[in-house]
Design a protein around this ligand. Structure first.
Ligand code: SF4
Ligand code: SF4
Length: 447
């Protein structure tokens, strides 16, 4: 029996009305020219790092494999410029970790690898192999290898594919521009996924603050030539952060709740970010793997905010220079959005597959008021989409009481920041949640 489509989004708990600041949503994406050098870390995804497949002095083309995936949860890495391998060495990543990296000096020609060719997709296995071969990871920020997500265990029946176009983080508009500029790429990727994975219905979830996206995707999805059975539909969602978080999104689209520790497949769903689906479709059409991505550059200290197509491995500094550089002294530089992104110490790090935005703010926009005593107002509890009690979790984190932290389900915290955003006493609740989760993990390792 065919599943019905919801006529409106299911109600979700909590969340926050954050200001949108979608300053770049109406600006066409600009292609960045080849940088002089790219740095391609072998760890750009969740899972095992890649193994360098080239050595100093090798010539590479755009799309040549430079990092081989030798584990299942891993995605290969491809050269994003043509040129010569300068070195293979350890580099620091923005999270403080060290990783092997292939450093390529560009010849400025951006010559594609002559061996690239579009894959033949006839079966589900072909599709999963294509997702792996093109090095696709979740482009919404998660960085989870796409082929792992698509490789659903045989005992799980998937009936719903949700395409995530919520993009609820303030400032970030990379997915918005993907939909406007490449709506057809997206939909051809969606139809391919639907056909190969034999999925009954596809819900394209878009927040209502993007009426132009709803309009353009509806026009393509409602075209009977491509979707004669009308099994692909756009669902407008209330513009309320964190509508794009996987668990929240699944509930909003289907009314289903993922159990603690479970996965979307446990409730019959696969969630894919719009840019990931479009990238897969482009690979199937052209054979060019994931070598560049759209990145939003914005914030009060950026001279010319815009969306830029960036060869992976370009330094953040080079991308910001391409956007006119800094217009004011920078107090805070953030990788990702202001709610779930993290502050980085300098702009010399390379752009990775999972980076959808870099935001630079001057001092007046970066000051956080010092915390004061908790007034037990309960706003953090009301705001938590996961029905947690952040104020209690903060207390038990301070006490290092891992039993209580587990009892209060801290591991379901997705670090969305709604609690901290809502707190009138400016408590650093997300930091507390991160510390609390680390305490629980460490306690589990020791026992
Ligand atoms: S950061 Fe965690 S505790 Fe705070 S609102 Fe989000 S899910 Fe709830
Ligand atoms: S929102 Fe802040 S002040 Fe209010 S109960 Fe939570 S921690 Fe305390």
């Amino acid at each position: 029996m065919e599943l019905s489509f919801p006529t409106k989004a299911f109600r979700t708990h909590g969340g926050a009305h954050v200001p949108h600041h979608k300053n770049t949503s109406m600006m066409p994406t600009v292609e960045m020219p080849a940088p002089a050098r790219v740095v391609l870390p072998m760890q750009q995804h969740i899972g095992a790092p890649c193994v360098p497949a080239v050595k100093k002095g090798d010539h590479v083309y755009v799309g040549t494999v430079v990092g081989e995936a030798q584990a299942f949860v891993c995605a290969p890495i491809h050269a994003s410029v043509s040129g010569t391998v300068h070195s293979v060495e350890k580099v620091a990543l923005s999270n403080g970790a060290l990783a092997d990296a292939v450093i390529i000096d560009s010849d400025g020609l951006m010559e594609p690898d002559p061996n690239l060719c579009p894959p033949q997709i006839r079966t589900k296995e072909d599709l999963i192999q294509a997702a792996r071969d093109c090095g696709l990871v979740g482009l919404g920020g998660a960085g989870f290898p796409a082929h792992v997500k698509l490789n659903v265990p045989a005992d799980k029946k998937i009936d719903t594919l949700i395409i995530n176009v919520a993009e609820c983080e303030p400032f970030v508009t990379a997915d918005h521009r993907e939909a406007i500029e490449n709506g057809w790429d997206l939909l051809s990727g969606v139809y391919l996924l639907k056909r190969m994975l034999e999925i009954d219905r596809v819900i394209i979830a878009v927040e209502t603050n993007k009426p132009d996206v709803i309009d353009i995707l509806r026009r393509i999805a409602d075209d009977k030539r491509y979707d004669p059975d009308d099994r692909v539909r756009v669902l407008p969602l209330p513009a309320r952060y964190p509508q794009g978080a996987e668990k929240v999104l699944i509930h909003a689209c289907t009314g289903r709740d993922i159990p603690t520790g479970g996965l979307p497949a446990d409730v019959g769903c696969i969630v894919m970010n719009i840019s990931s689906a479009a990238a897969l479709a482009r690979y199937v059409e052209t054979g060019m793997p994931l070598v560049k991505r759209r990145v939003t550059i914005d914030g009060s200290a950026i001279a010319e905010p815009k969306n830029v197509f960036v060869p992976l491995g370009t330094s953040i500094h080079d991308v910001i220079e391409f956007c006119g550089g800094y217009s004011k002294p920078v107090k805070k530089l953030i990788s990702g959005g202001p709610m779930m992104g993290f502050a980085i110490t300098d702009d010399s790090f390379p752009v990775l597959k999972s980076n959808n935005a870099f935001l630079a703010f001057e001092e007046k926009d970066a000051i956080i008021s010092p915390p004061t005593a908790c007034i037990r107002c309960g706003r953090c509890v009301q705001a938590c989409p996961m029905n947690l009690v952040p104020t209690m979790l903060e207390k038990y984190t301070e006490m290092k009481n891992t039993e209580k932290l587990q009892e209060l389900d801290i591991m379901t915290c997705m670090e969305c920041g709604c609690c901290a955003y809502s707190c009138p006493a400016h408590h650093r609740l997300v930091q507390s949640m991160r510390v609390g989760k680390a305490l629980v993990k460490n306690a589990g390792r020791k026992s």
